[in-house]
Design a protein around this ligand. Structure first.
Ligand code: GCV
Length: 728
C-alpha cells in the first residue's frame, strides 16, 4: 500500500516528467522564429540514437575562419539535434567520425585522394569512408567555404531525418553569384520591406557589430548565398563616403568567413553629389578617375568587395542617359574602375523612360538588346523575371535569350510587394520555378531561362541570380514565419535551378516546424497551392498591376489618374464594354514580337495561348468561350472565387495542425491566414464589382455577388501601408 510520502513522491515524479516532456516536445516550446530553419532542436530519442552512432566525434582539420565556422556550426547543430556534445578530435579515433576539411588543410582529406576537381571553389562532397578501419563521414571541398556548405548539407540531412549511411553526395552551384539585394535605406527604412527596419545599424557600425549579422551570415551560408548588396537600388551616394565605407568594411569582416561578399548600390551622380565634380558624364576623364579612386578606397577596406549594383535612368534615378550616353557606356565606366580589383557591375535592366509612351513591356528590351556585346567582361545585366514588375504571374522577360554576348542575371523579388506583403501566405518557389523553366526557344527547344542564366546556353563567363530580400529586424527576420520559406527557396534555386520547388518546401517545413509527416504533408500541400491562390484572387488569367497606388496594398483596378499612363492599372487591364486585357499582338502594342517565333505563334492566338496569360497578350470579348465552357466573365468570377476558397481551405488545414506547432508560431500563422482570407475577399469583391461595370453581365448562378458597392471599395485608403518608395 502506498504511503503518503511515497504517493506524493510518485505524483511529484509524474508531474515533473510531464512538465519535462512538455518543455522538451518541439510542439510545446514557444518559438519566435529567430532560429529560422537552423533550429537544431532535439530529435526524438530513437532517431537521435541512430544519428549519434554516426556522429561520434568531429575532426575538423585546418583553422581558416571558414573551417572554424564549419566546425562551430557542426558542433552546435549536432549538440542540439542529438542532445549532447559531440567531442572534437584531432584525428579519427572511433567509429562515426565526421571529418571536415580541404586537401590543403587536412592530411586525412588529402590522403583520401578524393576527386574534387569538378566541384570548383564552392562545391563539396559528402562521402562515407573507412579511415583507419573506422567508419567515417567525410565533408570535403576545395575551400573552407565549400566545406562550410557541406557541413550545412550534412546537418540538413539529420534535420530532415534523411539517411546518412553510404553517403556519396556531390554538389556545386550552377550559378556563380547568388545574391540578396537589400533595398535598405541608410536611415533604416526598407523599401518594400514588411519585416520591420533594416538589420544594418549604420549608426552603431563600425564599432558595434550586432551578433545578428553573424546569424544572418550563417543563414545565408546555410543555403549558399555568397553575396549581399547592402543598400537600396534607389541609391544614396552617402554610402560611398569614407565614414560609411568604414562601416561597410566592418560588415564585410563579419560576413567573410561565411563566404558572403558585400556589394553596394552605386548612385550614378555620386561624383557630383559627394565628389564635388560638375558632371557625372561617364566619358569625362575626371569622372572616370573619381570612380577609379573610389574603387581603390573601397578595396583598401574590403579586399573582397564584390562590386556595384546599379539602377540607372529608371524611375527618376540618375544615369548615363542624362549625358546622352548609353547604358553600356555607363556600365563600362564603372566596370573599368572595378576591373583591376576583380569586381563586377550588375546593371539593372529595369529601365523605362518617363518620356517614352510605348508599352512598358517593351522598353527594357528595346533599350538593352541592341547593346548586346558592347559591355565589358565584368558587367552583368540583371533582369527581372518578367517584363513589368514582379507581378503574381508574368511571362518570362523577353531579354532572356536575346543577349547571347552579355551575361544576364535573373532578379526575383523575395519580399512580397505585389503578393500580399508579409501577411499573405504565398510560397514563391513555384513562381520562380516557372520562370526558370520557361523556354525562351532562343537556341531551339529547351533553351530555358535557367540555362540562360547558368551560362550553359550562351557560354557566359560569369553567371548570377539575385533576390530582393525580405529580411528585416523583426524577430522572425521576414515578417511572417512562412516568408522564411521564400528566403530559403530563393537561395536553394539560385544554387541549383533544377531543384524542385515542392521538395524545397518539404525540406524547409521539416527543418522549420517538425519532421512529423502528419504536419509536413498538409503544410507542403498548402504551400504549393498558395501562390496560385494569390494569382486567382488578385490578377487571374493574365491580368496584372491592379494594385492600389504607391504602396501597392490592396486592389485599385479603377486607378486612372496617375502622372504616367503605365502607373495606372487601367493601362494594364484595358477593360471596356467589349472585353478585357492588353492586346500585345501586332495589332496592339507589338510586345509579343520580342519573343521567339514559336512563342509568337502560340501566344499570339487567343485559342492557343495558355489561359494563365490570356489577358496579358489579348483583349478578349466578355463572351469568349474558355476551356471550361464558361464565358470570360464567368471564368473571371470563377477564378477570383476559387482564390478565396483556396485561402479558406488553407486556414482549415492550418487549424487542423494545432498541437504539431508551438503555440506562438501557430497563433501568428492562424491570425495571418485570417487576414489573408479577409483580404482575398476584398480583392475578389472589389475587382469583380469594378469589372462588372464593363461586362454588364450578372453574377453566374452559385457565386456570391460582392459584399459592398464599388464606391465602398474605391473609397478605401491606406495612407500608412508599409514599404513605399521614400526619397532619401
Ligand atoms: C526600388 C518597383 C518598386 C520600387 C522599386 C522598383 C525597382 O517599381 O515598386 O519600389 O524600386 O520596382 O525595382 O527598382
Amino acid at each position: 500500500m502506498a504511503t503518503w510520502p511515497r504517493l506524493a513522491a510518485a505524483l511529484w515524479a509524474a508531474l515533473t516528467s510531464a512538465l519535462l516532456a512538455a518543455t522538451h516536445s518541439p510542439a510545446a516550446r514557444a518559438e519566435d522564429g529567430y532560429e529560422l530553419w537552423l533550429r537544431y532542436h532535439p530529435l526524438e530519442s530513437a532517431a537521435a540514437a541512430v544519428y549519434r552512432a554516426a556522429a561520434g566525434e568531429l575532426v575538423v582539420q585546418g583553422d581558416t575562419p571558414s573551417l572554424a565556422a564549419a566546425r562551430d556550426e557542426l558542433a552546435r547543430g549536432l549538440e542540439g539535434l542529438l542532445g549532447g556534445e559531440v567531442p572534437l578530435s584531432e584525428g579519427v579515433t572511433r567509429d562515426g567520425a565526421i571529418v571536415v576539411g580541404t586537401p590543403a588543410s587536412s592530411p586525412i582529406v588529402r590522403g583520401l585522394a578524393l576527386d574534387l576537381g569538378a566541384l570548383g571553389p564552392e562545391g563539396y562532397m559528402l562521402a562515407s569512408r573507412e579511415i583507419g578501419g573506422r567508419a567515417a563521414t567525410v565533408v570535403a571541398a576545395n575551400t573552407g567555404v565549400g566545406a562550410l556548405y557541406g557541413a550545412f548539407h550534412f546537418l540538413r540531412l539529420i534535420q530532415t531525418q534523411a539517411s546518412i549511411d553510404d553517403l556519396a553526395i556531390t554538389s556545386a552551384p550552377r550559378v556563380r553569384l547568388r545574391l540578396l539585394n537589400h533595398w535598405d535605406n541608410l536611415d533604416g527604412y526598407v523599401e518594400r520591406g514588411y519585416a520591420g527596419a533594416s538589420i544594418w545599424d549604420w549608426r552603431m557600425l563600425p564599432d558595434y557589430r550586432d551578433p545578428r549579422y553573424t546569424d544572418y551570415a550563417r543563414a545565408a551560408a546555410s543555403v549558399g548565398i555568397n553575396g549581399v548588396s547592402l543598400t537600396n537600388v534607389n541609391a544614396d551616394a552617402t554610402v560611398l563616403t569614407p565614414e560609411y565605407l568604414d562601416r561597410v568594411a566592418a560588415l564585410a569582416d563579419v560576413l567573410r568567413p561565411y563566404g558572403v561578399r558585400v556589394y553596394l548600390t552605386a548612385r550614378f551622380s555620386a561624383p557630383v553629389e559627394i565628389g564635388g565634380l560638375a558632371t557625372a558624364d561617364p566619358l569625362d576623364p575626371q569622372v572616370r578617375a573619381w570612380w577609379a579612386e573610389k574603387a581603390e578606397e573601397i578595396y583598401a577596406r574590403a579586399p573582397d568587395f564584390g562590386g556595384f549594383l546599379v539602377k540607372a535612368n529608371s524611375e527618376g534615378q540618375p544615369g548615363p542617359q542624362d549625358y546622352g550616353r548609353s547604358h553600356a557606356e555607363g556600365a563600362n565606366m564603372l566596370a573599368d574602375a572595378l576591373a583591376p580589383h576583380g569586381g563586377v557591375v550588375m546593371w539593372r535592366a529595369f529601365v523605362y523612360a518617363s518620356d517614352n509612351p510605348d508599352d512598358r513591356h517593351k522598353q527594357a528590351y528595346d533599350e538593352l538588346a541592341p547593346l548586346d556585346g558592347e559591355f565589358r567582361d565584368n558587367v552583368l545585366i540583371q533582369v527581372k523575371n518578367g517584363p513589368i514588375d514582379f507581378q503574381p504571374r508574368e511571362p518570362f522577360h523577353p531579354l532572356f535569350g536575346a543577349m547571347p554576348e552579355t551575361p544576364l542575371m535573373l532578379e526575383v523579388q523575395i519580399t512580397k510587394e505585389y503578393l500580399g506583403f508579409a501577411t499573405h501566405l504565398a510560397y514563391l518557389g513555384p513562381l520562380w520555378e516557372e520562370a526558370l523553366d520557361a523556354d525562351t526557344h532562343a537556341r531551339g527547344e529547351g533553351s530555358t531561362v535557367g540555362r540562360v542564366i547558368d551560362g550553359s546556353l550562351h557560354g557566359y563567363a560569369i553567371t548570377g541570380m539575385a533576390g530582393v530580400s525580405n529580411v528585416g529586424a523583426d524577430r522572425n527576420w521576414t515578417g511572417s514565419h512562412f516568408d522564411q520559406a521564400n528566403w530559403y527557396a530563393f537561395a536553394r534555386l539560385a544554387w541549383d535551378h533544377e531543384l524542385d520547388a515542392e521538395a524545397i518546401a518539404e525540406e524547409w517545413a521539416r527543418m522549420t516546424f517538425s519532421n512529423e509527416d502528419a504536419l509536413v504533408a498538409p503544410v507542403v500541400a498548402m504551400m504549393m497551392r498558395s501562390r496560385e491562390a494569390v494569382v486567382d484572387y488578385m490578377t487571374p488569367l493574365g491580368l496584372h498591376h491592379l494594385m492600389a497606388t504607391g504602396h501597392h496594398y490592396g486592389p485599385g483596378p479603377w486607378v486612372d489618374d496617375l502622372g504616367r499612363p503605365d502607373w495606372n492599372p487601367t493601362y494594364y487591364h484595358r477593360a471596356d464594354a467589349d472585353g478585357l486585357g492588353f492586346d500585345r499582338t501586332a495589332a496592339g502594342s507589338g510586345a509579343l514580337a520580342q519573343y521567339a517565333p514559336e512563342l509568337q505563334e502560340m501566344w499570339g492566338d487567343p485559342e492557343t495561348v495558355p489561359e494563365s496569360l490570356l489577358l496579358w497578350f489579348h483583349h478578349v470579348p466578355w463572351d469568349h468561350e474558355m476551356e471550361s465552357g464558361r464565358t470570360l466573365w464567368e471564368e473571371l468570377v470563377h477564378a477570383y472565387s476559387r482564390g478565396v476558397a483556396t485561402v479558406a481551405g488553407m486556414r482549415e488545414t492550418w487549424a487542423s495542425l494545432e498541437g504539431y506547432v508551438d503555440p506562438e508560431r501557430f497563433a501568428q500563422v492562424a491570425a495571418f491566414l485570417a487576414i489573408q482570407e479577409r483580404e482575398a475577399r476584398w480583392w475578389r469583391d472589389a475587382c469583380l464589382a469594378y469589372f462588372q461595370t464593363f461586362a454588364q453581365r450578372p453574377f453566374p448562378e452559385g457565386y456570391e455577388p460582392p459584399a459592398q458597392t464599388l464606391e465602398h471599395y474605391m473609397a478605401i485608403e491606406h495612407p500608412y501601408a508599409p514599404g513605399e518608395t521614400r526619397p532619401q
